[in-house]
Design a protein around this ligand. Sequence first.
Ligand SMILES: O=C(O)CCC(=O)C(=O)O
Ligand SMILES: [Fe+2]
Length: 490
Amino acid sequence: MAAVPLSHPLSHIVIDHGDDDLDKVSSIPPHPLGIKPLGNKYFSNSDDARASIGTFQVLPDEVLMQLLEFMDERALRLLGYTCRFLFACARSDDLWKTIFLESELGQISSFKWRGSWRATVLGLSPEHSVRIDCGNVFSDVLHRPFVCSHISLQAYTKSIPAANQIKRLQDLSYDEFAGHWSRKPFILTKCIQPWPVTSRWSIDSLLAQYADVVFRAEAVDWSFATYCQYMRDNQDESPLYLFDRKFAEKMSLEIGKGEGTAYWKPDCFGPDLFELLGAERPAHRWLIIGPERSGSTFHKDPNATSAWNAVIQGAKYWIMFPPQTAVPGVFVSKDSSEVTSPLSIAEWLLEFHAEARKLPECREGICHAGEILHVPSGWWHLVVNLEDGIALTQNFVPESHLGSVLSFLKDKADQVSGFKKDITDPYSLFVERLRQQRPELLEDALKQLKERKRRWDTVVGDDGGQPQKKSTAGFSFGFAFGDEDDQEIP
Ligand SMILES: O=C(O)CCC(=O)C(=O)O
Ligand SMILES: [Fe+2]
């Protein structure tokens, strides 16, 4: 492998791991203010800017940055003028994002986005932004967000090992899905082409038609025109992701087969048993729009539902693991109520991707525009957009996962989500509807649950322990992994 030049800001962390690792670091440009990772301090002849921060020197960078989170716009600006190191700290755009969200601007849906949270709060055009050379500021805390927002995604998403590749199929019938595929991820390449939206929607065409429509993007409600300005010009490590469940109403779309509709659910996934809940079903469909680097950190989908995710524009990289896997870098609380990873996508890729990819149960794939991916109930997944993109997703309950969903609603009632507040007992409501309309399915599912519980108690005793399937050598939990029916133990 070629050596990384010593002047490179990351040179201290590069060790010989092969070409992929070189790709991962050599794509990162120098920090615009010249801030360097801490390790570079030991190779530098210049004075350390941190020596000038006075009393603050007793605080490690992490704590100093937490302290700065309490400052308002004026305090942060003034502090930034005191010395080079604090100038660098006060430029952290995450601090300005918090200030933005807490200010009046944070409540407005249409405004001018100026390329950064700081510039937007202060109303600055880029040429009015002072740049002070921070070449003698050495800090991982300050440098790392920049690395994370500039990692080369391709370095992680190319060269997927053949054994990991999510199966790519043209299309499936419902019988094939129910008989063989409902517990496996797959990508269908010839399924959603007839949807009118696949040919009509692009970011530009949506902007032309829906510029003033206000969509939810995490903590904010922004007009699509504002979101597009942000999407096209931001440096955030985890860009705000447009994720809206009321899009159909907001855009006046008809969904379902028929004249003049936008799209419909693919036949292959079969009946969705949550449809029995009618208007009382939990939130189940979303329009998803985001720039390159946006995406979803590791999680399982709500209420043990399965999902499909159709890419209309762009391309998404998926990395997935079966329900019982201990995914590297994902820490699950004992009752598994914490099912999301605290790490950003970039942090996880940097720290854990290589290790995770080696697990035999790892599945990875790229879902391109015009393709649709299946997420089986209970599977862990992390998703990242490789380009600016649009997707439509829907969560559903196929017959083969009815047992898991019933078990989730009953045994993890505190983790059930997405139902309207006045639905206080989703489990009983669902059982009631099944009893009225699909009694044979209900009976089967309840029987299965009883049997699983009996086997579970035999294996773990009744201390309520939560064995996680260990994927590498050593302990392996006794139930079948992967494609067999036993993989989901409630
Ligand atoms: O497109 C994505 O970011 C994935 C979305 C997802 O996993 C979800 O909606 O649960
Ligand atoms: Fe998901």
